[in-house]
Design a protein around this ligand. Sequence first.
Ligand code: NG1
Length: 432
Amino acid sequence: MDYELVRRAFRKQFSRDPQTPALFRVPGRVNLIGEHTDYNGLPVLPVALQKEVVVAVTSRDDMRVIMSNVDPRYEPREFVADENIEAAPAGDWSNYCRAAVTGLWQYVSRRAGGRAQVKCMNVMTHGDIPVAAGLSSSSALVVACALAFLHANGISVGNGKGRFDRIELAEILARAEQYVGTRGGGMDQTVALCARKGAALKIDFFPIRVAEVPLPRGYKFVVCNSMVRAEKSAHQRELYNRGPQNCHAAAAVLAEEFGAEANRPIRRLGDLMPQNRGLSGEVWPRIERTLSREAPALVPFVRHVLQEGERVEKAVEALEAGNMQIFGTLMIESHKSLRDDYGVSCPELDALVNVALEAGAMGSRLTGAGFGGCTVSLVAETDVSEFVSAVQSRYYGDYLARHRPYLAASPHASAESVIICEPSAGAGTVAM
Ligand code: NG1
C-alpha cells in the first residue's frame, strides 16, 4: 500500500495535511471456517489480510462529511451528519461512511457534550482489498470511517481510560453496517478491529468475545478469486438476507420445545448449542423431527449452521494440536455443506475448490457469504508456488477461459486473482 500517495491526495484535495496520526489502516479478512454462523450466535475463525483500507482525516465544524477516494471510480461524496442520515442509493460507496457516522452518533455526541459540539470531517480513503470478493472490503471501509470520525472528535480506540474499547466498537459497527441493508453478523468488523499478527481469531457472539489462535508454521492459506462478483448491493443482498431470515424462522419454530426444556430462551440457532457442541447425541434427530413436521424446507439450513459451529470448535482444536490434515478435512466438509445445505456456492466456486484440491491443497472452501467471491485453500508452504501455477493454468487459463470468457478477460483477473495470506494485525495507525 502506498501510504504517501494517500497523504498527497489528501493535501491536494483539502489543501492541508491530515491530522496526526496521518493515517488509519483497516485490514480485509479471509474467513478460514465458520460461515453463516455469526448471526446465529455460533463462532467463526477468520484472519486479517495484508490488504487494507486506509483513511486520512481532518475535522470540520459545519456538520458536513466530505469524502474523497484516491481511486477515481469512487467519485467524491458529501452528506450532512446527524443521528439519522438518509441513505444514498444502494451501492453508493458513501453509504458505508453514513453507516459508521450514524451508528456512532449517539456515543460521539454524548462524549462531545451535545449535538452542536460534534465535529464532522474531510476524509480521503484508499484501498487494495478486492471488492465484491467476500474479503470484507465494505466492513473495512465502515471501520475506517468510524476511526476517522472518532479521531475527528478526539476519541481514540484501544485499552485504557477514556479510550473506546475495540470490542465495544465492533458491537456497535456490526449493527451499524446493517444500515446498508444486509442482515449480517459481527465477524468482519470484529476481526478488522481485533486481529493479531500471525494468528487466526476465534470470535464468539452475543456478546462478542475473541481468542487469538496462533497458526502453525509450514502452511499457507491461499485466497483465490473466482472472479464472480459477490456484490451485496443488489440481487445478492436479497439472497444473502434469505439466510438470516430462514435461520430466524427456524429458531422461532424450535424455541418452544427446546426453550422450555433447556430452561432458557432460544433466540437464535446458537442457543440450541450453548457450548457449540452436542449435535452428535440425540439433539439433532429431535431438531430434525420437529422441523420436518413444522417447516421441512428449513432442515438443511439448520443442519449447516449447527454443524458449521461444531466444525469451528474442531478446527480450533486441530490448529492447537498442529493437526493440519484434520483442519483441511473440516474445510472440505464446510464447503460441501455450504454448497448442498445452505445453497450459497456457485459453479465457479465449486470448480475452483476442485482445482485447488487437485493442485495439492489439503483443504479448500468458499469463504465469506458465497454467491461468488473467493475460495481459501490450505497449502503446505513448500507446495505453494506449484499450487499457484496449477490454479493459474487450470482455473484462470482453462476453466474460466472456456466457460466464462468474459470473466477471464476482466481487468482484475490477473492482479487480484491469488493472494497468499499474511495474517495481519487489526486496525491501527500508520506511522509516517
Ligand atoms: P461477506 O463475505 O463480507 O459478505 C458476510 C457477513 C458476515 C458473515 C458472512 C458469512 C456482513 C458485513 N458480513 O460477509 O457477517 O455472515 O457473510 O459467513 O454482512
